[in-house]
Design a protein around this ligand. Structure first.
Ligand SMILES: Cc1cc2nc3c(=O)[nH]c(=O)nc-3n(C[C@H](O)[C@H](O)[C@H](O)COP(=O)(O)OP(=O)(O)OC[C@H]3O[C@@H](n4cnc5c(N)ncnc54)[C@H](O)[C@@H]3O)c2cc1C
Length: 515
C-alpha cells in the first residue's frame, strides 16, 4: 500500500461521474475481480456513493451535500434558484461551482475582447460528479448529432440506457403530461419527419412501487454488481495530478490525498480519465499529453427559456407520483416532453417545470399546481478549433493543476440559429399556453452544463481529434478519455447518454485486453 492507496491496480479511473462509473460497471460485469481504483477529487456526499442528492430526504442534509459538492466554492454563498442568474451576476447552480477566472468573455474584468466566453461554465466536485445533481434527461442523438463512424452506436446507446436505468414511462400518470404533448405535437409535428415528432422525454429515473421517484446518479450506473466486486475500490478526496507515461504508454498516476496532503504513485495497466470536459484535458495537459486537438472544438449548447401557463388546465385529481425531494427540479404534474433535434431545426426542446426558468412562479399565485411549465431549448453550436480551453504553464487552479482559460465565440451561424430557436420557442409556448412574458430569455453562455468536444473522438489521427473510436488517446497506449468532451459532433440534446454509450465501447476494449 502507498498511504490508503494500492501500489498497483489493473485499471485506474479518474472521476466518479456516470462515465467513469460506466467503465467500472462494464469491467465488473465482464471481468469480475479486476483490480479497479476509482479516484475522485471531491467528497462522498450521498449513500450509496454517487447517489443523486435528491435521494436525501432531509432538506438541510441535502443542502449540505450540495454545498460540499462545490469544490473550492464550498464555503461561498450560492443562489438557490438559477433563474436568478441575471444581469452580469455570476452564480452557480446548487451542487456546482463556477470555473470563474478565465471563463468569461469581454465586458467583464477578466474578459477577452471580442469573445463571448462561457461566463457561467461550472462543474461539480463530489462522488458522482454532476450526475448527483442533474435532471436526468437522456434523449438519443438524432441526425447530425449522431457519430456516423460508429456502426454500433445504437447498441451502445441501448446499453447506456440500461446502465442509467432510463425510462419514458415515469410520468405517464402525470395529469398534464399528455396535454402538453398533444398541443405541442399539433404545432410542431406537421413540418417534421415522423421520427422527430414530439414525445415523452426518456429520463434516468425509477418510479418505485410506493410511487416515489428516485433519480439515477453514478450509484445506479455502478449498480450492486460493481459495489460487490472485491476488485473495485473508490477513493474520494483524491486528486490525480499527473498521468505517468513511459515509452508512449500510460503506466500509472500521481494522486494527492486531500486528507493527508501526501502524494502517492499508483501504477496501472490501463488509465481512464473521466474528469469532465474541462478537467480531463487539464490533466492530460499537466501530464505532457498534448495532442493538437486537446481542449479545442469546445462547444456548449446555448440555452433559451420561455415560461407559459397551460391553458384550460383543470385541478388534477389523478394521483401523481411523489418526487424524491419536492423542493428540487421537475414538476411531477406536467412531466417532461421532448422536441427532438432535426438537421433543419438544429435545436432540442425540453418542456417541464424548468428549474432554470427566468420567470419566477410566485408561491401566492393561485395557479393550478404544475400548470406553469418552462420550455428550454438547447442550440447546437457551429464547431471551431478556435473555441477552446487553454491551460497555463505558470498559474494553477485551486487543486494545483494548470489554470484553464476559455476562448469562445458564437459565430454568425450560431446567432442566426439562435434567432430561429427564439422564434420557435415562442411559437411552441403559445401552442400550449399563455406566455408569462413577451420574449424568451437567453441564459448566460455555459448555463447548459453540457460542455463537449475538448477530448473529441475521431476515426483517424489527423490532428482534429484526441482519441480513437475506443476512446484511447492517440499516441499514448492504454490511456482512455471519457465524458462529454469525447463527443465529436455538434449536439443539442443532453449529452450524458451519448457519453455513457461511448464509455461502454472503451470499457469493453479494456475488458478485451485484460482477458
Ligand atoms: C443541474 C444539472 C442538470 C443536468 N441535467 C442534465 C440532463 O438532464 N441530461 C444530461 O444529459 N446531462 C445533464 N447534466 C450534465 C450531466 O450531469 C453531465 O453530463 C454528466 O454528469 C457528465 O458525466 P462525467 O462522468 O463525464 O463527468 P462529471 O459528472 O462531471 O464527473 C467528473 C468528476 O471528475 C472529478 N475530477 C475532476 N478532476 C479530477 C482529478 N484531477 N482527480 C480526481 N477527480 C477529478 C470531478 O470532481 C467530478 O466529480 C446536468 C448537470 C447539472 C449540474
Amino acid at each position: 500500500m502507498s498511504g490508503r492507496y494500492p501500489e498497483a491496480v489493473e485499471v485506474a479511473i479518474i472521476g466518479s461521474g456516470p462515465t467513469g462509473a460506466t467503465y467500472a460497471r462494464v469491467l465488473a460485469e465482464n471481468r469480475p475481480g479486476t483490480k479497479v481504483a476509482m479516484f475522485e477529487a471531491g467528497p462522498t456526499v450521498s449513500t450509496p456513493p454517487g447517489a443523486h442528492v435528491k435521494t436525501i430526504a432531509d432538506p438541510e442534509a441535502r443542502r449540505q451535500a450540495q454545498r460540499l459538492s462545490a469544490g473550492p466554492a464550498a464555503d461561498a454563498e450560492t443562489v438557490a434558484h438559477p433563474g436568478e442568474v441575471k444581469g452580469g451576476q455570476l452564480r452557480a447552480r446548487p451542487g456546482t461551482f463556477l470555473l470563474g477566472d478565465g471563463s468569461t468573455g469581454s465586458g467583464t474584468d477578466d474578459g477577452i475582447d471580442g469573445e463571448d466566453g462561457l461566463p457561467v461554465a461550472a462543474m461539480s466536485c463530489n462522488v458522482g460528479g454532476m450526475a448527483a445533481h442533474w435532471t436526468g434527461a437522456c434523449p438519443r442523438p438524432q441526425g447530425g448529432e449522431r457519430i456516423d463512424f460508429l456502426p454500433d452506436l445504437d447498441e451502445l446507446l441501448s446499453e447506456a440506457e440500461r446502465m442509467l436505468g432510463v425510462t419514458s414511462e415515469a410520468f405517464d400518470s402525470s395529469p398534464f403530461s399528455e396535454l402538453v404533448r398533444t398541443r405541442l405535437a399539433a404545432a410542431v409535428n406537421g413540418s417534421r419527419p415522423a421520427e422527430a415528432g414530439v414525445r415523452r422525454m426518456p429520463l434516468a429515473v425509477e418510479r418505485r412501487e410506493d410511487d416515489v421517484l428516485v433519480w439515477a446518479g453514478s450509484d445506479v450506473v455502478l449498480g450492486d454488481v460493481t459495489r460487490a466486486d472485491a476488485g473495485y475500490s473508490l477513493f474520494d478526496e483524491s486528486v490525480v495530478t499527473r498521468i505517468l507515461v513511459e515509452s508512449g504508454r500510460a503506466v500509472g498516476v500521481m494522486v494527492r490525498d486531500r486528507l493527508s496532503g501526501e502524494t502517492h504513485e499508483v501504477r496501472a495497466r490501463h488509465i481512464v480519465v473521466a474528469a469532465d470536459a474541462i478537467r480531463s484535458p487539464q490533466l492530460l495537459w499537466a501530464s505532457g499529453v498534448r495532442p493538437l486537438a486537446l481542449g479545442r472544438y469546445l462547444n456548449d449548447q446555448t440555452q433559451i427559456v420561455f415560461a407559459v401557463r397551460l391553458r384550460d388546465a383543470e385541478q388534477p385529481d389523478a394521483h401523481s407520483p411523489a418526487d424524491g425531494a419536492p423542493a428540487v427540479g421537475i414538476s411531477v404534474t406536467s412531466g417532461v416532453t421532448w422536441v427532438p433535434y432535426t438537421d433543419d431545426e438544429p435545436f432540442h426542446g425540453q418542456i417541464m417545470q424548468l428549474d432554470a426558468s427566468p420567470v419566477p412562479v410566485a408561491e401566492d399565485d393561485p395557479v393550478v399546481p404544475g400548470s406553469v411549465v418552462g420550455i428550454g431549448v438547447f442550440c447546437a453550436k457551429e464547431l471551431s478549433p478556435d473555441d477552446r480551453v487553454e491551460f497555463s504553464d505558470d498559474r494553477v487552479d485551486p487543486f494545483g493543476l494548470p489554470a484553464p482559460r476559455i476562448h469562445y465565440r458564437l459565430s454568425d451561424y450560431d446567432h442566426a440559429e439562435l434567432a430561429r430557436a427564439r422564434e420557435a420557442i415562442v411559437k411552441w409556448g403559445r401552442a400550449i399556453g399563455d406566455p408569462l412574458d413577451e420574449a424568451s430569455f437567453t441564459l448566460p453562455l455555459g448555463s447548459s452544463l453540457h460542455y463537449q468536444g475538448t477530448t473529441r473522438m475521431g476515426l483517424v489521427d489527423d490532428g482534429s481529434s484526441v482519441c480513437g473510436p475506443d476512446s484511447e488517446v492517440w499516441g499514448v497506449a492504454d490511456l482512455f478519455v471519457a465524458g462529454n468532451g469525447v463527443i465529436p459532433t455538434s449536439t443539442a440534446c443532453n449529452p450524458t447518454l451519448t457519453s455513457v454509450a461511448l464509455a461502454v465501447r472503451g470499457a469493453r476494449e479494456i475488458a478485451r485486453r485484460l482477458s
